[in-house]
Design a protein around this ligand. Structure first.
Ligand code: GLN
Length: 452
């Protein structure tokens, strides 16, 4: 844990992967606590990890990478944090992200952009860019993230690590700062599916503090991995491939080739490839970018200068205090989402945009259900291209389009995993995505474990 902290400090000027790194006193206090605790055994005892700074923590400030939470210190831990602490992990710090998790490049952070360890002129992906970069740079073996539209899988792909986005409801959202509540789901980054399995087993399961938490049994994912056959472990499994995804406009040929190579490797492991169709897939981005901002505009109404963090220094009356606090506290991307969300929720536009997008959400969910009648898992690219240069995408819509392969999964609440499957000509990592039916995490992890 001390070495992890030292490495986090040493790489901070180059990567900016952290917003807060544990100081000596915090680390010493945690190590002393652990030494005397019953949690001092078990697979995660003493393991250094990092939390995306969207999870509330009592040990560290929580910022959501926003000026708006300046000075905020949570009086409680997120359930994900509580459970990992109970398993004996040591938190070395809170990682950088896009402000309130809105973005695909970790470029919209009040604390400055995070950089990709493979090439520091490149973005690490987002919004959980700091967590992906921290694992890729060998600072920590594992980190938490959140995935509302791809924020675990996309940075995992850009940084060459494994990232799991569980089924909506499998992991508690308690203490995870809300962006779009019907999409938000906590996830994990690690080098391997095996490590992801250990983490998921620790954080998954019913939590009465989250009203959308699913009351399902949590299998021992790591034990399931240990049990898979060594010879043709995926015999009898059908993996669906949507040709339309591989023929998509703007898909970098090297990404397509690497995903096709991953498909062949799954075949060698015993799986059968089947063609599937996801006819409404192209509507995923427009539907998401109506619904997620709508939910965000409501969730972010709580930042009023009274209850949390930042308050403007200059105001004459209450109304001015609210408006100036929000004008000064939120960054441009967050303001854009609040404006879009408020617009699509307003009388006269609700039916044209929000209701329509909800109907599309249902159609997309049905697409996946129909596809899973013919296959066990679906294989797709994670991102259309490898990591772009910091500052390269200045048009927000261009950035939104980078989510084309990840967002449908969130609209349908499905679990999905991103794993490394190759490199482009510039040496940047490429990821493949496997998607499973609801609560199919054990299969996702087993398939990637077999692949790795
Ligand atoms: N890029 C998407 C967005 O900006 C997804 C972000 C996320 O998953 N938190 O909304």
């Amino acid at each position: 844990a001390r070495a992890a902290c030292e490495r986090a400090h040493a790489l901070q000027p180059t990567l900016n992967a952290f917003i807060t790194i544990a100081d000596d006193a915090t680390l010493a206090a945690r190590l002393t606590e652990l030494a005397g605790a019953s949690q001092a055994s078990g697979p995660l005892a003493g393991i250094p990890i990092a939390h995306k700074d969207l999870f509330c923590t009592t040990e560290f400030p929580t910022t959501a990478a926003s000026k708006m939470l300046d000075g905020y210190h949570s009086p409680f831990d997120a359930t994900v944090v509580t459970r990992l602490k109970a398993a004996g992990t040591v938190t070395v710090g809170k990682t950088n992200l896009d402000e309130f998790a809105m973005g695909s490049a970790n470029a919209h952070s009040y604390f400055g952009p995070c950089r990709n360890p493979w090439a520091t002129d490149r973005v690490p992906g987002g919004s959980s860019g700091g967590s992906a970069a921290a694992v890729a740079a060998g600072i920590v073996p594992a980190a938490t993230g959140t995935d509302t539209g791809g924020s675990v899988r996309q940075p995992a792909a850009h940084c060459g690590v494994t990232g799991l986005k569980p089924t909506y409801g499998l992991v508690s959202r308690w203490g995870m700062i809300a962006y779009a509540s019907s999409f938000d789901q906590a996830g994990v980054f690690a080098r391997t599916a095996e490590d992801c399995a250990l983490l998921l087993h620790t954080i998954a399961g019913f939590d009465p503090l989250d009203s959308t938490s699913a009351a399902v049994d949590v299998p021992d994912y790591a034990a399931a991995l240990a049990a898979i056959a060594t010879d043709r472990p995926l015999a009898g499994w059908r993996i669906g491939v949507a040709q339309s995804f591989l023929a998509a406009d703007g898909l970098q040929p090297e990404v397509r080739d690497a995903v096709l190579a991953a498909a062949r490797r799954y075949e060698q492991l015993g799986a059968t490839l089947v063609d599937i169709h996801l006819p409404q897939a192209e509507l995923a981005i427009p539907a998401y970018y109506v619904l997620a901002p709508a939910e965000a505009s409501s969730n972010l109404a709580r930042y009023d200068g009274v209850r949390y963090g930042y308050r403007t220094a200059h105001y004459d009356d209450l109304f001015e205090m609210y408006t100036r606090t929000r004008a000064e506290g939120f960054g441009w991307e967050v303001k854009r989402r609040i404006l879009m969300g408020t617009y699509v929720l307003s009388a006269g536009y609700y039916d044209a945009y929000t209701r329509k997008a909800q109907q599309v959400r249902r159609l997309i969910t049905d697409d996946y259900r129909n596809a899973f009648a013919a296959c066990d898992l679906i294989l797709t690219p994670v991102t259309p291209t490898t990591a772009w240069r910091v500052g390269e995408k200045s048009d927000p819509v261009e950035e939104y389009l980078a989510d084309v392969f990840t967002i449908g999964v969130n609209l349908a609440g499905l679990p999905a995993i991103a794993h490394p499957c190759g490199f482009d000509g510039a040496g940047l990592p490429i990821g493949a995505q496997l998607i499973a039916p609801h609560f199919g995490e054990a299969k996702l992890l087993a398939a990637v474990h077999a692949y790795q």
